[in-house]
Design a protein around this ligand. Structure first.
Ligand code: ATP
Ligand code: NCN
Length: 240
């Protein structure tokens, strides 16, 4: 397409900022998160990807490590990686870390034209219909589902109704509008790494080398994090 054939809508799509959010418990952050983040950043040609630790992830027990420490491990893991940003904004809010609230903040900051994308793995996507105000997520952002080895999507009727006709074929179609679309992606380096397995290994004194960045491993060991097996399952009220 030559420049003169581009209409106003296409020009808008080409110039609007492309912003991603990858929220997580990050307890701790690992290479499954970070390599996915880099590949997603490239695949969607994002301007910035906010990686945002949740102090109180709504659908699971209280994390093992306090939010401040998880944020600091995330900062160590990201280091100087271009485009990735360790964003501590959810630590400033009380109560459950609802993604709709976070997306509303990002939408207000980047404006109505911004292409705002919330990324999540297949395991998290399976429970999307149980999230706080799930329709609002699509009113604020696109949703991109990252294929994750070992977590086939459990597609319930409620999830199907939520998705409706939102699915698009590729990144270029997604970026035609600021929000409301759904895209499934299989990134090149699918990694069967989980924080659960890393916590177990650290607690048992087994190697975690090459499952997370060395800077994160060093920081976790130096601060004696994850050496006990006290992962609570009784809600998120206490501690953070
Ligand atoms: N290896 C991976 N590949 C792709 N996506 C991932 C991977 N690990 C986590 N994710 C996604 O990143 C987001 C944050 O994940 P989270 O911090 O819960 O890590 P986790 O490894 O799933 O942790 P846990 O084992 O404690 O449940 C979620 O959307 C999750 O689906
Ligand atoms: O908004 C919600 O209701 C909601 C419900 C479950 C999970 N989330 C978010 O999804 C991200 C991944 O959560 P988790 O539990 O899979 O680590 C994290 O940012 C959570 O805050 C958000």
């Amino acid at each position: 397409m030559t420049r003169s054939m581009i209409g106003p809508a296409e020009t808008e799509a080409a110039t609007a900022p492309r912003i991603g959010m990858l929220g997580g418990t990050f307890d701790p952050v690992h290479l499954g998160h970070l390599r996915s983040a880099v590949e997603l950043y490239e695949h969607l040609a994002l301007d910035r990807l906010h990686m945002i630790p949740a102090p109180q992830p709504p659908l699971r027990g209280r994390p093992q490590v306090a939010a401040e420490a998880r944020l600091s491990l995330l900062e160590a893991g990201i280091g100087d990686t271009p485009g990735l940003y360790a964003d501590g904004r959810e630590l400033k809010r009380a109560g459950p870390s609802y993604s709709a609230d976070t997306l509303a903040e990002l939408r207000a900051e980047y404006g109505d034209d911004a292409r705002l994308v919330m990324a999540l793995g297949e395991d998290a996507f399976s429970r999307l219909a149980d999230w706080h105000d799930p329709e609002r997520l699509f009113a604020l952002a696109h949703i991109v589902v990252i294929a994750r080895p070992g977590y086939p999507i459990a597609q319930t009727q409620r999830l199907g109704e939520l998705i409706g006709q939102r699915e698009v074929a590729d990144a270029s179609a997604l970026m035609q509008t600021p929000h409301g679309g759904l895209l499934r992606v299989t990134l090149p380096s699918r990694m069967a790494i989980s924080a659960t397995e890393i916590r177990r290994r650290l607690q048992q004194g087994e190697s975690v080398r090459y499952l997370l960045p060395e800077a994160v491993e060093r920081a976790a060991v130096a601060r004696q994090l994850y050496q006990t097996n006290d992962y609570p399952t009784d809600g998120c009220q206490a501690g953070e």
